[in-house]
Design a protein around this ligand. Structure first.
Ligand code: SF4
Length: 339
């Protein structure tokens, strides 16, 4: 791959790279380093990520000796759900905007104020990931002001033409492992789970981390109770009182987490059949802040091996894969430090 470079008229601006803990944003960090382009790194914490992602981000901070700043809203996803007595969905898709785009925009504004220079928002999105991303340009200038449909500044997607092999290759060149979630069978990194999860992801989460399913069940009960209380104060405030569910299925409308998990563990609908409507194309989604399932051949293959192991009750084997990855991370870090 060609080395990244900045156009002459943008040399003086501050590059702020969004980091998610996924393989593409890690490749972005490495590509910026190779090109010796100074950058600040920021992670939008939804408070709803997998534990492995927080560990992995700490690893990147330590191993690459970089600061990855963190932004978010107090209480994260759960607090925003309590505020609304409901979960993000097709009609009220508040999660990306409130948990990622707005905190990131505020961070950029703060950097601009500190430095007196405009920022460039660098994102590790690739055209090959999805049809939606295939039409995204490498550079976009969205003008001077943030609105609901405009970032309001420079957006740079330097990896837009990269393949998954390019992404893995740059990890290898720098001896940086990918987030262990991939080895555990996941094909995306981000909210755990995302409201746009596919069947396989729900199944995997239910097997691997049943406590997350317990948490969703408890939240569904809490949101339903909150709606009832608020409806007593303001009658009719919530039309759907008994169906505050994390997932909204395409066909049945609302389904509690236990029904969704039960369905996800059947063969009906195929392994990759989406429970929900496709992730939307416009609005806050167009900046690529959320990482939706990429389904590239390599991660699918790794996913299949780990999932089959879990399916067949070989949980220990799947966990061993994760442990090996973490051990490699620690060994590499020790070697680098010479201890
Ligand atoms: S990853 Fe999914 S749940 Fe999380 S903010 Fe993005 S769309 Fe919402």
């Amino acid at each position: 791959m060609r080395k990244l470079s900045m156009p002459d008229d943008r040399q003086d601006l501050t590059v702020v790279a969004s980091v998610s803990g996924g393989k593409d944003s890690t490749a972005l960090i490495l590509a910026l380093r190779e090109a010796e382009i100074p950058a600040r790194y920021v992670f939008a914490d939804t408070g709803w990520e997998a534990d492995e992602t927080y560990v992995y981000l700490d690893f990147l901070r330590d191993y690459l000796r970089i600061e990855i700043e963190q932004v978010g809203v107090e209480g994260g996803m759960e607090a925003r759900c309590r505020h609304r007595a409901g979960f993000p969905g097709r009609m009220q898709r508040f999660c990306t905007r409130e948990l990622k785009i707005e905190p990131l925009r505020a961070f950029h504004d703060q950097v601009e104020e500190e430095t007196g220079k405009e920022t460039i928002s660098a994102m590790g999105v690739r055209a090959a990931e999805s049809e939606r991303r295939s039409t995204m340009p490498e550079w976009e200038d969205e003008g001077p002001r943030y609105t609901r449909d405009r970032w309001g500044g420079w957006v740079w997607r330097p990896l837009i033409a990269w393949s998954v092999q390019d992404v893995l290759e740059i990890h290898r060149r720098h001896a940086v492992p990918v987030n262990p979630l991939y080895q555990l069978g996941h094909d995306r990194v981000g909210c755990y789970p995302c409201i746009y999860s596919n069947k396989e992801e729900v199944k995997l989460i239910s097997i691997r981390t049943p406590d997350r399913i317990d948490k969703i069940r408890a939240l569904e009960a809490e949101m339903t109770a909150l709606r009832q209380v608020r409806n007593e104060v303001t009658p009719g405030r919530y039309k759907h009182v008994d169906d505050a569910t994390f997932f909204q299925t395409q066909r049945q409308g609302f389904s509690g987490i236990d029904k969704v998990v039960e369905w996800a563990r059947t063969d009906y609908g195929g392994k990759q059949f989406n429970l929900f409507a496709e992730p939307p194309k416009g609005g806050c989604m167009k900046w690529g802040a959320c990482d939706f399932a990429a389904h590239d051949a390599e991660t699918e293959q790794v996913a299949r091996i780990a999932l089959d192991a879990l399916d067949e009750g070989r949980r220990a084997e799947a966990m061993t894969i994760a442990r090996e990855v973490l051990q490699r991370m620690l060994d590499a870090d020790r070697m680098r430090r010479g201890v």
